[in-house]
Design a binder for this molecule. Sequence first.
Ligand code: GTP
Length: 235
Amino acid sequence: MEKAKYKRVILKLSGEALAGEKGFGISTSTVERVAHDIYDISKMGVQISIVVGGGNFWRGRDGVGMDRTTADHMGMLATVMNSLALQDALENLGVDVRVQTAIEMKEIAEPYIRRKAIRHLEKSRIVIFACGIGNSFFSTDTTAALRAAEIEAEVILLAKNVDGIYTADPNKDKNAVKYDEINYLDVINKGLTAMDTTAITMCMDNNIPIIVFGLNDRESIKKAITGESYGTIIK
Ligand code: GTP
């Protein structure tokens, strides 16, 4: 069996990763596939926590003309739907999962309690962090950075539609070249849109590397976790 390079990780999934071909809402078959990939790495003894976005339902910044905080709250609720779908799919595979929400909704999930999250991970449960950090104006990328620092994750695995960071958008520019490695400040200075600036600086300040990779390949999460040269590493 392959050996994982990391013991405790945060996997950041965009909401779109759960939408499948429709590009909106939740595709149960896509969620099942992603859950399978996560199940595979949990069997490697890796402590996994997940931050999932909500863009398959709603993005706060899309609420043109709306109060931004209200729009962001709607986005946070979208992450809860995705978290519950992922919890359900993982539990169907026999994995223990705990969803923790940054905004209390006790009838649905546990509230976010750092010590409890770490305890769950130590007991090989997967923890899904929902509602972002519970504050408007912050993204789920920033949530991944903050939670990674709090629970002392060694790395953030940032799953995207594109298989790494390129010099330009590879869908628009055929001369775009992929970076194998890049430092935090270069991502910001070159205006590469891999992760938002708040999240990048948070990772930089706390020395947390980020592996950016594509979710299209079935084995992608496993490759990222075994440290195979894969995607782009920001450090
Ligand atoms: P241990 O303390 O290690 O035994 O963890 P545990 O999560 O198994 O124990 P706990 O008694 O805290 O939780 C039992 C179940 O209740 C788990 O499925 C939790 O996710 C769930 N649970 C715990 N607290 C809450 C809560 O505030 N709201 C909701 N909805 N579920 C909760």
